[in-house]
Design a protein around this ligand. Structure first.
Ligand SMILES: Cc1cc2nc3c(=O)[nH]c(=O)nc-3n(C[C@H](O)[C@H](O)[C@H](O)COP(=O)(O)OP(=O)(O)OC[C@H]3O[C@@H](n4cnc5c(N)ncnc54)[C@H](O)[C@@H]3O)c2cc1C
Length: 359
């Protein structure tokens, strides 16, 4: 222990703080449950002239095998509060709240807006970082404000939704202002006694199998029905953490779905028509552009579910999830590169990685 106030530990193995279960030791490690502790941690790193890295639930983080030669700051700020506002409810959640617990709490009270995001691992504080999304919802639709601590000035600041630059798995926290802020809380605007979002075909199909959509009511019961369907789909795809299922030892989707314009798509189609098996490339509208499912591109480049190499591989239940069976970060990143190179050769595009790599 180095500091008297904040407990700063030394030489802490990071693997157990990530869902991939990978990573060597951090030189220093602390857990902060207040903003004052965060400031103290940042000052400690400054005084030692070392880097600091913010860690939530570790479900989108890849630490190097040789660890991190700085201070890992684990976020543990807790608390959720509710303020009614007509038909809406403002829900303020501290950054260290577990995301799925937060979703469950809201669903149980009949508050709509995050039900399709059930089962996503990690913390509330990380949810704005990549604008988490699944099954037809993204947090950008319900986040009103994000309260941050500036890592340099140590001043707190409130960012409005429009300041956060949200788009598909992106925000200013990953781009222009990467590593500038620590998110200390997020405020969501949800609908009281609200109606669940049922846009996603798999969710719609499953709901319709048990109840005609026209008779689906508002509020808790319907929101719980959607939550349960999403949790079931996630379980089937090993996309909800389950210690007994090695396929969940992942960082979720490892690659982003490429978003291209008409000209890029034409080039990709041209290359596929020359080299491919004749099946059409699936595409989806994404605002003014076109989204291509990365999973399809990976499979058509010869990488199948269950593929395994050097203790790492592709989940048996989801092509987009790379899993750690008994491997290393080095092996995982080598596999990611093999896949990127394979897709590049087959389609002429480079897949971007989703998780944050910390070395
Ligand atoms: C099985 C599985 C399924 C998944 N499914 C989905 C999915 O459907 N949709 C989706 O979008 N994602 C999904 N993910 C990815 C992941 O769960 C989300 O990105 C999640 O929001 C990460 O939260 P975390 O707290 O674990 O973040 P971490 O991995 O701890 O951190 C991720 C990044 O956020 C930063 N960060 C974390 N907390 C803060 C903070 N308070 N302030 C500033 N920076 C911070 C970290 O520095 C890092 O850069 C999945 C992951 C797994 C393992």
């Amino acid at each position: 222990m180095i500091s008297n106030q904040l407990k700063i530990l030394e030489n802490i193995i990071l693997a157990r703080y990530t869902t991939l279960n990978l990573g060597g030791a951090a030189k220093y490690f602390c857990t902060c449950s207040t903003v004052d502790e965060l400031k103290e941690a940042l000052q400690f790193a400054r005084s030692k002239k070392i880097r600091s890295h913010i860690l939530g639930g570790g479900s989108n983080t890849i630490f190097a095998d040789d660890g991190f030669n700085g201070l890992i700051i684990k976020i543990d700020l807790k608390g959720v509060s509710f303020v009614e506002d007509g038909n809406d409810i403002h829900v303020t959640a501290k950054a260290g709240e577990e995301w799925d617990h937060f979703v469950k709490q809201n669903v149980e009270q009949g508050f709509a807006g995050v039900e399709c995001l059930s089962g996503i691992p990690g913390s509330v504080g990380a949810s704005p970082i990549q604008n988490v999304g699944a099954y037809g919802q993204e947090v950008k639709e319900t986040i009103e404000q994000v309260k941050v601590l500036d890592r340099t000035t140590l001043q707190e600041k409130v960012l409005q939704n429009g300041d956060c630059g949200f788009s598909y798995r992106q925000s200013i926290f990953k781009t222009d202002d990467a590593n500038k802020f620590i998110i200390v809380e997020a405020i969501f605007r949800l609908k009281k006694n609200g109606r669940p979002t049922i846009h996603y075909p798999e969710v719609k199909k499953n709901i319709e199998a048990s109840i005609p959509l026209s008779t689906l009511g508002d509020g808790r019961e319907s929101l719980e029905a959607v939550r349960n369907i999403v949790l079931g789909l996630r379980k089937k795809k090993s996309m909800a953490i389950d210690p007994s299922d090695v396929n969940t030892r992942s960082a979720g989707s490892f690659f982003l779905n490429p978003i291209v314009d008409e000209k890029q798509l034409a080039k990709i189609i041209h290359q596929w028509e020359a080299n491919g098996d004749g099946t059409p490339i699936p595409t989806f509208a994404s605002e003014s552009k076109i989204k291509i499912p990365a999973a399809w591109l990976i499979e058509k480049s010869g990488f199948k579910k269950g593929y395994s190499k050097n203790g790492v591989g592709i989940s048996e239940n989801h092509t987009l999830a790379l899993v750690n069976r008994s491997g290393t970060t080095k092996a995982l990143l080598a596999l990611a590169k093999d896949i990127q190179d394979g897709v590049g050769k087959q389609f002429g595009i480079r897949l971007a990685m989703e998780p944050v790599i910390v070395s």
